[in-house]
Design a protein. Structure first.
Length: 224
């Protein structure tokens, strides 16, 4: 199976002089299409930074990062934007829902902002609402949802465009254990039923165990 993410000889530092901190020092990682990878490691070690680097949100690094076989190193902003629009999507610890939009409107927001036709996504929307258990909540506002329901809404928004890759940054960090378990089961279904490649950052051994690979950030390297 082909690799959808490849990281080669990644080197990354923050700050300068006495305040300089080494994050990655020749890190390498290959993630196969359709896999579910959990990235663990000490707090503040740079796990979330890796997700930003993969999406081209942070471009201050040396080495090479390839998405779908294409190196992002020399891409311009327009090319990176296209990658983020069609190849990958993010789910964060905070739900980032728009308070005055309904569940349905929040999920459809990226479609509307990109100028694509909402009617082309209605069937996918209904499918995702059912998959995430939000069909009965489609006309509710975020304030009327539990934390777990809000995160499920943000996940539905992230995968409506059927990205190949989902990058999840501590997606259960604001949830109780029961809601967190629901989110992890949803990730597992998206991975197995939709074929979405998932790379999640987590501190939780229980959440990490949902992945079929666990990669650890240790001594500025990515190891298994």
């Amino acid at each position: 199976m082909s690799n959808v993410i490849e990281i080669r000889d990644l080197r990354k530092r923050f700050g300068s002089g006495e305040n300089e901190a080494l994050i990655y020092d020749g890190a390498n990682l290959a993630i196969e299409k359709g896999s579910f990878v959990s990235l663990t490691g000490p707090s503040g070690s740079g796990k979330s930074t890796l997700l930003y680097l993969i999406g081209g949100l942070d471009r201050d690094f040396s080495g090479d990062i390839r998405i779908g076989g294409r190196s992002i190193t020399g891409m311009n902003d327009s090319e990176l934007s296209e990658i983020r629009s069609f190849m990958l999507s993010y789910v964060f610890q905070f739900y980032n829902l728009v308070a005055n939009l309904t569940v349905e409107e929040n999920i459809l927001l990226p479609i509307e902002l990109s100028g694509r036709k909402i009617k082309d996504y209605k069937h996918k929307l209904d499918d995702l609402l059912e998959l995430t258990g939000l069909t009965a909540k489609r006309n509710n506002y975020p304030s009327q949802l539990s934390g777990g329901q809000q995160q499920r809404c943000s996940i539905a928004r992230a995968v409506l465009t059927e990205p190949e890759i989902l990058l999840a940054d501590e997606a259960t960090g604001n949830l109780d254990s029961s809601s967190g378990e629901e989110i992890m089961k949803l990730f597992k279904r998206l991975n197995e039923e939709k074929g979405i490649t998932i790379l999640q950052v987590t501190h939780s051994p229980e959440c990490a165990a949902y992945g079929n690979r666990i990669v650890k950030l240790s001594d500025h390297k990515l190891v298994e």
